[in-house]
Design a protein around this ligand. Structure first.
Ligand code: CTP
Ligand code: MG
Length: 227
């Protein structure tokens, strides 16, 4: 089987407040998504990377000049939800010759601090797995059950993990799983779980966070400054 990356890049970035889609907001002198794609370009085992843009996107080509070619694909097939953007991207991969037993690594455009070695760790851990898996981190903080703004119980955290991306599954499993799950799922693993499968949890990294809020850009710049 081959390995394909699929990068949903069609959101509006409402929470980040960057005055436009956050994936194009500057981070240490380059647009956020340029960092993401630079990291993926360092993963030798990827056969191709497909970036899913909103249909009317007029910013990508200036944000990542030079992206495109035999192993770098663009599709303007973004949908109303992340799940729909990914589902449409899977159709595009099929149209470009990907096969059901090929692996798809879905990675958020907004996780711009990605390192190639983390992607390779995921591939190593899952390439022989029946189901596939995801980068994730064991929950570090104490977890509270809230009711009316008060903590009413403390939830055991020993078995709780925080999901990251990439998340890697076979095209032939992920496509029907997303079709079955609908728009509400916020990651691929939840769609796979809903079919009764148990994706493998592979150690991620705290730096692999999703830039979501305004302050995340300053934090990411500080981290990049230490690399
Ligand atoms: N995404 C997408 N299509 C959508 C919504 C999101 O491709 N309809 C992508 C985003 O571009 C991002 C990733 O999915 O790379 C993770 O989503 P999120 O962090 O929620 O980004 P946004 O939806 O853009 O942000 P917000 O929810 O704050 O509006
Ligand atoms: Mg969103």
């Amino acid at each position: 089987p081959r390995f394909f990356a699929l990068v949903p890049c069609a959101g509006i970035g409402e929470r980040a407040g960057t005055g436009g889609p956050k994936q194009y907001a500057p981070l240490a002198g380059r647009p956020l998504v340029a960092h993401t794609l630079h990291a993926l370009a360092g993963v030798a085992r990827l056969a191709a990377t497909l970036v899913v843009l909103a249909p009317g996107d007029a910013l990508f080509e200036e944000a990542v000049p030079g992206f495109g070619g035999e192993h770098q694909w663009l599709a303007r097939c973004g949908g109303a939800s992340r799940a729909q953007s990914v589902a449409n991207g899977l159709d595009e991969l099929l149209a470009r010759g990907a096969l059901p037993h090929d692996w798809v690594l879905v990675h958020d455009a907004a996780r711009g601090l990605l390192r190639a070695e983390w992607v390779e760790r995921l591939i190593e851990a899952c390439a022989d797995d029946e189901v596939g898996g995801l980068l994730a981190l064991p929950l570090a903080d104490t977890l509270k059950q809230s009711s009316g703004g008060r903590a009413v119980a403390t939830v055991a955290r020993g078995d709780k993990w925080v999901a990251q991306t990439p998340q890697m599954f076979r095209l032939g499993l992920l496509r029907p799983a997303l079709a079955h799950a609908g728009d509400a799922v916020t990651d691929e693993a939840s769609a796979i779980e809903a079919l009764g499968h148990a994706p493998k949890l592979v150690q991620g990294d705290a730096e692999n966070f999703k830039l979501t809020w305004p302050g995340d850009f300053a934090l990411a710049e500080r981290l990049l400054g230490t690399r």
